[in-house]
Design a protein around this ligand. Sequence first.
Ligand SMILES: [Zn+2]
Length: 304
Amino acid sequence: MNSPSAVPKHSYIGRFAPSPSGPLHFGSLMAAVASYLDAKANKGQWLVRIEDLDPPREPKGASEQILEQLNALKLEWDGEVLYQSSRLENYMQALNDLSERNLCFQCNCSRKRIKSIGSIYDGYCRNRMNLDTKGCAIRVIADEIDLEFKDLVHGNYKKNIGTEIGDFIIVRRDKLFAYQLAVVVDDAFQKVTHIIRGYDLIHSTPRQIYLQQLLNFPTPLYGHIPIVVNDQGQKLSKQHFATPIDAKEGPELIHRAFVLLGLSPPKGNKSAPVQEQLHWGIKKWDMQTVPKLANIPEDKPAKE
Ligand SMILES: [Zn+2]
């Protein structure tokens, strides 16, 4: 099978891209572990990108803290960490590209107006000319096309960009580049081939694929893992006071993440060093056994 003349195996590049709104909690650790195992099981690279585009929401030192936590858990990344705050020129370039082709427009609709029209923007500012750019957001024109992708966990997922999503924001009213634009530019720049992340982002995926198509970027494969919720059904997040993970509890945390990701680690593994557990996880990783769920409770009893 593995003749030396065989076509080089396609190279896998995965990534974990936290925003430094605080230290890692168990929910973000799940995405780190899943993307790491999938990359390493495919003999790929695993990159870390810090999505620090929203300074008011980033406590000082949070990025360093996240990297320390990953280090302590032996989730070792390949290459240099990429910081989105260093990439503004590249986002500007993509924006200019869209703008020169009249694929986006300034929007100064008030919050009140946006609220009154519901969740899908009605195109109101598309043809308004010469708006004072102060206080304007920039939206991309959403054509009425169906975008479908095959999620590695959930299978086919389809949205009509025009009728189900609408013109969406790529530069915010406060002039910060929106997540959707930055992430697409960086995934292309880093040649990411596989994106494994939480289910809460599946709604963003059609937007990102749409931008990739407009910008002539390749589309990676996507897999969305269940997001961890607390006993009130809320996503573990800083807003809901999720506790930061303590690297001293590493072995137990990794064990718990494995169970929630559909792996069946032997009971004795619970106290094994994280490195040993990760080696086991890489060998056993199977995307097919990841629960096809949007949410999973954090206190799901371990199947042992
Ligand atoms: Zn508008």
